[in-house]
Design a protein around this ligand. Structure first.
Ligand SMILES: *Cc1c(COP(=O)(O)O)cnc(C)c1O
Length: 297
């Protein structure tokens, strides 16, 4: 239930670990370029360690996300139309005393994320499978690292993405490490155009089954989960929940499934409901177009 982490997502595990490591090596400041859960986790870690944090976010970042970062006493700089521009600016800011914290492609993050599996082991749980969401693949790398360091290397992983943010699925289909042209999903926390190379490589060394759900399935699952458990999560997390609410063949024959409820702070009930309305309207209008095309044909 990573939604209950102080920063609202699992990101704190890896980012907290990385920040502590750099702190012990004398880092004087942390820099992030994520307006999402990674930025919040870096801001939280910096505050706890007593170091200043700067988060560079693109102009598209919501007011709510900026407030969440500022609440952790971090400085927010709004720069650029896209994440790429914010990212480049944040690299320019990074001098010898400061450390840039990547949101998913850093082995220190994976080692921190792996503590989820250390805890599973400590509670003597032996899952038949793990279900998790994939953005850039940092969580995937961490969970598999955790399975291997806890003698569970035979436990398969269902790697779930949303349509339009399915960079791992696209790479596995292509048989090589590819980059998507763009992101076309509301699950912005899954919006990495290319997964970390290490995540792609794991898929050839560990049993990873790729699964893609629609945005509307992810949103519906968030709403259902909020009713079932009274906990709000982002569509990025709803993607994993959708693989259980609409059970895939992969989960049907498993009795004990570990689902990483990865969380996400950039969400509200009204935002989920408005996504649901927009996505249903879009689906209805495509249906209508399909029917009239049939009639014309
Ligand atoms: C970052 C994030 C993801 C994706 O994690 P990756 O390590 O980039 O694969 C999924 N869900 C939430 C809520 C996130 O914050």
């Amino acid at each position: 239930m990573e939604a209950l982490q102080p920063s609202g997502s699992f990101k704190l595990r890896g980012i907290g670990h990385a920040c502590q490591h750099y702190f012990s090596e004398g880092a004087k400041r942390f820099i992030s370029s994520s307006g999402g859960n990674a930025g919040i986790a870096v801001a939280y870690s910096g505050r706890k360690l007593g170091l200043p944090v700067t988060v560079v976010v693109p102009e598209t970042t919501s007011k709510r996300a900026i407030e969440a970062i500022e609440q952790e006493d971090a400085e927010v700089i709004i720069k650029g139309a896209t994440w790429q521009e914010a990212h480049h600016y944040s690299l320019d800011l990074t001098d010898s005393g400061s450390v840039y914290i990547h949101p998913f492609d850093n082995p220190l993050l994976w080692t921190g994320h792996a503590t989820i599996i250390d805890e599973i082991r400590r509670f003597n749980l032996h899952p038949d499978a793990v279900v998790l969401s994939v953005g850039g693949g940092g969580l995937l790398c961490g969970i598999i690292e955790g399975l291997h360091r806890n003698n569970m290397s035979n436990v398969p992983v269902l790697a779930v993405e949303t349509e339009g943010a399915d960079s791992l699925s696209a790479s596995l289909k292509a048989g090589r490490h590819v980059e998507l042209d763009g992101i076309k999903s509301i699950a912005t926390s899954l919006g990495a155009k290319k997964v970390a190379k290490a995540a792609y490589d794991w898929c050839h060394k560990h049993e990873v089954v790729s699964h893609v759900v629609s945005d509307i399935e992810a949103v519906d699952s968030c709403l259902q989960f909020s009713n079932d458990h009274r906990i709000l999560v982002e569509p990025a997390c709803g993607a994993s929940l959708a693989a259980l609410y609409n059970p895939t063949d992969f989960v049907k024959d498993k009795s004990s499934i570990l689902v990483i409820v990865c969380g996400g702070a950039a969400v509200s009930i009204s935002q989920l409901e408005s996504w649901k309305r927009e996505l249903s309207n879009k689906a209805n209008s495509t249906d209508a177009k399909g029917r009239s095309a049939d009639q014309q044909g």
